[in-house]
Design a protein around this ligand. Structure first.
Ligand code: CA
Length: 249
């Protein structure tokens, strides 16, 4: 079955930060959607997140069409590696950018099949809402997630833990050693959410699920999620991308 894809995104500085170091990119024609959450002083986080998105977008745009799904996933992983290298070499060249880094979550449709891939580094997230149930597709590369896996913290306590935002892996960090890929089937009616931690540190999954169960279009859901994060204090930049699969009849 072939699918048609629609998407919308929104990003907001929040109510505390002075700069928005998140970045997003929506390319429904090529079926590639990205969010990145940059970090680093002197506006370097902004440079890191934009560099990641630009690097992936350029490589995806330059790639020839018609590649098979496995090849497409490998292209995306390679693009994330190149983004890592681009950020590292920029940080080496410009002293004020030393130590900058970024998360990266890429959602891509795969050619010719009802399948999608997520390529992921850091603590931004991809979710799937299917049949009314929200499921997190990615695993956070954070210290608290590691403690949850070891059985030392509950997911609920991890969310409010003082170290909740401490990353164990990001682009732009020399020891970046992990680029996750999550491949799965896609069905008509699937709603995917990509978001930075500015959303998920203030909204629980249940709240996100109930907002996505309201009657809106994609842009409306994006707006509602950003508003809800800001109503909850807006402590961080918040970025969301919503992607919906429809049957291409
Ligand atoms: Ca953030």
């Amino acid at each position: 079955m072939s699918l048609a894809w629609q998407a919308a995104g929104a990003s907001h500085v929040g109510r505390v930060r002075r700069q928005n170091e998140d970045a997003l990119h929506v390319d429904a024609r090529r079926g590639v959607f990205l969010v990145a959450d940059g970090m680093g002083g002197h506006a370097a986080g902004d440079v890191a997140s934009r560099t990641a998105i630009r690097t992936v977008d350029e490589l995806v745009s330059a790639a020839k069409g018609g590649v098979d799904p496995a090849e497409r996933v490998e292209q995306l992983v390679e693009a994330a590696r190149r983004a890592n290298e681009a950020i590292l070499s920029d940080a080496e060249r410009v002293p004020e950018r030393a130590g900058m880094g970024t998360t990266l979550t890429v959602f891509a449709t795969l050619p010719g099949v009802a399948t999608r891939a997520v390529v992921h580094v850091g603590d931004s997230r991809a979710y799937l809402l299917r049949d009314g149930t929200l499921t997190q597709l990615t695993t956070d590369h954070t210290w608290v997630q590691r403690q949850v896996e070891l059985g030392k913290l509950s997911p609920r306590r991890a969310r409010v833990h003082p170290y909740s935002s401490v990353l164990t892996n990001a682009l732009g960090v020399p020891e970046t050693d992990r680029i996750d890929t999550v491949v799965g089937d896609a069905r008509p009616g699937d709603l995917y959410l990509l978001c930075t931690d500015g959303l998920t540190t203030v909204l629980e999954d249940d709240t996100i699920q109930s907002i996505l169960s309201e009657d809106h279009d994609l842009a409306g859901w994006a707006r509602e999620l950003v508003d809800a994060a800001n109503q909850a204090g807006g402590p961080d930049n918040v970025t969301v991308v919503l992607i919906r699969a429809e049957s291409d009849a």
